[in-house]
Design a protein around this ligand. Structure first.
Ligand code: FHN
Length: 413
């Protein structure tokens, strides 16, 4: 994990908010709707022409992120559809061309006004660009005449276009703290069909990032090593290590199963479940990037807002156990997870065990306290200083997500 001090904010923050917004939001059926429904460019055009983000309020999004407890917000500047949310001079397929607004400018200005770190998402895939090869993930892929469809397409021209757009984002919007590139195809082949690192000239893109934004964190989806690993919609089962060293990582999660606004709930997650996923990530030294998909007018959906507000109350109450906290080298009880901040150890129990919570290896003066919603501390029990481990009577306690704060005084802590 880079020890670059300019990257430490990311490890402190622990919570980020992802914002998937584009013309696909108007379709309201997932950001891959163009592909899933095999829409032609002409069939997709109405979503672009009717893109009118009158309820997109970057300040409201930034304040919502702050209430969530997030330290950074990541906006899709351009998703696979190719529709740019900034005033790009490389393309006329932009929000600015349609509605006269530069939403990336609004995003970065609002985050800075709220003291949040600036994150951008940039798609390596572009289904709109006339030179991007039609292939297995392209909406117009057609096995019979892919060759014919691709005649005349020049991916070298596309690569030059993509690098020019990236340069605009890295030079015209001030300090960018975080870049989420998305994505190199897993089975990289050399001949553009695989569209892997060599095809994007990922090394040149990374070098551009380092040159123009030397303190910016870059993810691993250029297909070459970056500054953090990006498990998507799953939780690692143990701290992520490479060569024995803990690796910086961030699990990105949706609230309802779709990144872009979807009118239906595909997989609605509750605030307690998201709190458990968050503590799970932090307990293994990772972050959670939680996504919202603003609707076709750019408004935060009532469904997302409700979950974010409840989760924000939890993270506010348990801030010390999350923000600035991380991996703890103690073996947690089966039902729980530890996070550690300095010499304070936090035990997170999503469900109360039937009997005692036995904390092996935590012998010594361990006082269990239970932080209640009103901030009062309820001393539930004290361990026997001479015992092998510490344990707490847990039977009969109400189930639910909470954090038990364990001030641990151990000589080696
Ligand atoms: O294809 C995208 C998807 O639409 C979404 O943006 C996620 C977010 O991490 N990334 C890609 C799938 O891995």
């Amino acid at each position: 994990m880079s020890s670059q001090p300019e990257h430490q904010w990311f490890d402190e923050a622990r919570i980020g908010m992802f914002v998937h917004f584009g013309a696909y939001s108007v379709a309201a059926r997932h950001e891959w709707v163009q592909n899933y429904e095999r829409l032609t460019a002409a069939e997709y055009l109405p979503y672009v022409e009717n893109f009118d983000p009158d309820r997109f309020d970057a300040g409201e999004i930034a304040r919502t992120a702050k209430r969530l407890g997030a330290g950074y917000v990541v906006l899709t500047t351009k998703h696979h559809e190719g529709f740019a949310l900034w005033n790009s001079r490389q393309s006329d397929f932009t929000a600015h061309a349609v509605c006269g607004r530069d939403l990336v400018r609004e995003h970065v200005d609002a985050l800075r006004a709220e003291g949040l770190r600036v994150g951008l998402y940039f798609s390596l895939i572009d289904w709109h660009h006339p030179d991007f090869l039609i292939d297995w993930v392209h909406p117009r892929r057609d096995d019979d005449n892919a060759q014919e469809l691709n005649a005349g397409r020049d991916m070298e021209r596309y690569r030059a276009f993509m690098h020019a757009q990236l340069r605009e984002l890295l030079t015209e919007y001030g300090q960018i703290d975080y870049m989420f590139f998305d994505f190199s195809y897993p089975e990289h082949k050399d001949g553009w069909d695989g569209k892997g690192p060599a095809d994007w000239d990922s090394e040149a893109m990374l070098a551009m990032c380092r040159e123009l934004q030397p303190n910016m964190l870059v993810n691993d989806r250029l297909g070459i090593p970056g500054d953090f690993y990006t498990p998507e919609q799953y939780q690692p089962t143990e701290p992520v290590r490479r060569g024995g060293e803990l690796v910086r990582w961030e699990a990105c999660q949706t609230i309802n199963g779709s990144w872009g606004y979807h009118r239906d709930n595909l997989d609605q997650k509750s605030a307690p479940l998201l709190a458990q996923m968050l503590t799970d990530s932090v307990s293994m030294g990772g972050n959670m990037l939680l996504n919202i998909g603003p609707d076709g007018r750019g408004g935060i959906s009532p469904r997302d807002r409700a979950v974010l507000e409840t989760l924000g109350e939890w993270t506010e109450l348990h801030r010390g156990a999350i923000v600035g906290a991380g991996y703890a080298e103690f073996e947690p009880p089966r039902e729980g997870a530890y996070t550690r901040r300095g010499d304070r150890l936090y035990l997170h129990l999503a469900t109360w065990p039937l009997g005692y919570v036995h904390l092996p290896g935590l012998a010594g003066k361990v006082t269990f306290t239970r932080l209640l919603h009103d901030g009062s501390w309820l001393r539930t029990s004290e361990s026997d200083p001479n015992s092998e481990g510490s344990q707490m009577e847990a039977a009969g306690q109400p189930a639910g997500t909470l954090t038990v704060h364990l001030p641990v005084q151990r000589p080696d802590v």
